[in-house]
Design a protein around this ligand. Structure first.
Ligand code: SAH
Ligand code: SF4
Length: 351
């Protein structure tokens, strides 16, 4: 019986070492191959010229690199944002975005195909859950952009796990991917330049707090009362605001890191002074920052982005209560850079 091919990007370094040891290779080969994967960003075994031909041939037969194919690309009109739809080995597709902003080059990457949470306003939520990505499929996305940037003589500086899916519901793969991204002998992205965004999976936040990492945690809050959050973000019915904030306080205590709270402003829904006040009350005494982002309209949701006037009312309240916040420009709106929207574009509209 033939063995299935080994997916090299799914392996941690020790697993790569034992694979090559089983194949009778000298110990230093594992480091050479690792460098081809994560430093030289190889896309083909033929490029690995310091490996003996016999090993390259064996790798070609028994291993895969699984470099994702770009099936659609959108460039923003200012050329600063690029969004790629990437095809995986089984034909599933995920979105990954490259943003160039203030000297940073940030990859926004997916952790699942679809998402089981089903937030009303989110294009990914609207498509349901298909499957988890492997750690290799997650890492493949920043590697893809690192190759694009290398051709321009630049490096990838930041990674945000803010694409399709809920990273804390694919915990092992997401964490394995992060550890490979920060590995000084791999992509070497600074820990503080990595952000993991969660909808508020409380056990996952507690577990993450104990990982000894210095990454940034972002929590997609969007509402500060259980009544409203239950509607917008259905996982709130399982982990309500009390439990969520308890885990956030714990996270800050353990890591010393400030948490970012995401707030997509929806006209007449969560842009009221009452919501701003409730938010301020929840954040009291917590090392936190709020990112206010006008809603990106999606096909499956009627809500509209708040008007400039409503946004000003909301932020005036935050100011009044001394809540640190930033109004984020929606980068790449013209290329449907909202989560899940490019994939949605590539599917026929549902009846
Ligand atoms: N599942 C994780 C990470 C992916 S979503 C999470 O929810 O945090 C990345 C961010 O995009 C989240 O903050 C999400 O709430 C936000 N988002 C999704 N759809 C949006 C839309 N239509 N407009 C504005 N923000 C949206
Ligand atoms: Fe899933 Fe996040 Fe979209 Fe909610 S916002 S459906 S958790 S991807």
């Amino acid at each position: 019986m033939t063995q299935p091919a080994v997916r090299l990007y799914d392996l941690e370094f020790p697993a790569l070492q034992s694979l090559l040891a089983d194949w009778g290779e000298p110990a230093y080969r594992a480091r050479q191959l690792w460098e081809w994967l994560y430093v030289h960003l190889a896309t083909d075994f033929d490029q690995m010229t310091n490996l003996p031909r016999s090993l390259r041939e064996r790798l070609a037969l028994q291993a895969t690199l699984g470099v994702p194919q770009v099936v659609d690309t959108l460039q923003s009109s200012d050329g600063e944002t690029r969004k790629d739809l990437l095809c995986l080995e089984d034909g599933e597709t995920v979105e990954a975005v490259l943003m160039r902003y203030r000297g940073r080059r940030t990859a926004c990457i997916s952790t699942q195909v679809g998402c089981a949470i089903g937030c009303a306003f989110c294009a990914t939520g609207q498509m349901g859950f298909h499957r988890n990505l492997t750690s290799g499929e997650i890492v493949a996305q920043p590697l893809h952009f690192a190759r694009v940037l290398r051709d321009e003589g630049q490096r990838l500086t930041n990674v945000v796990l803010m694409g399709m899916g809920e990273p804390l519901l694919n915990y092992e793969a997401a964490l394995a991917a992060i550890r490979r991204l920060i590995d000084p002998q791999a992509l070497n992205v600074g820990q503080r330049h990595i952000t993991l965004s969660t909808v508020g999976v409380v056990p996952g936040i507690k577990r993450l707090a104990g990982e000894g990492l210095q990454i940034t945690l972002a929590v997609s809050l969007h509402a500060a009362t259980d009544q409203l959050r239950d509607q917008l973000v259905p996982i709130n019915r399982r982990y309500g605001l009390d439990a969520l904030f308890e885990s956030c306080y714990h996270y800050v205590e353990r890591t010393g890191r400030r948490i970012s709270f995401e707030w997509a402003l929806i006209q007449g829904v969560n842009d009221t002074p009452q919501q701003a006040q409730a938010l301020a009350a929840r954040l009291e005494g917590l090392l936190a920052h709020v990112n206010v982002i006008p809603l990106n309209p999606t096909r499956g949701y009627d809500g509209r982005p708040s008007s400039r006037a409503a946004l000003n009312v909301f932020t005036a309240q935050l100011k009044r209560y001394r809540v640190p916040y930033t109004v984020r420009v929606r980068r790449g709106v013209d290329i449907q850079a909202g989560c899940g929207q490019l994939r949605q574009r590539n599917r026929p509209a549902s009846p």
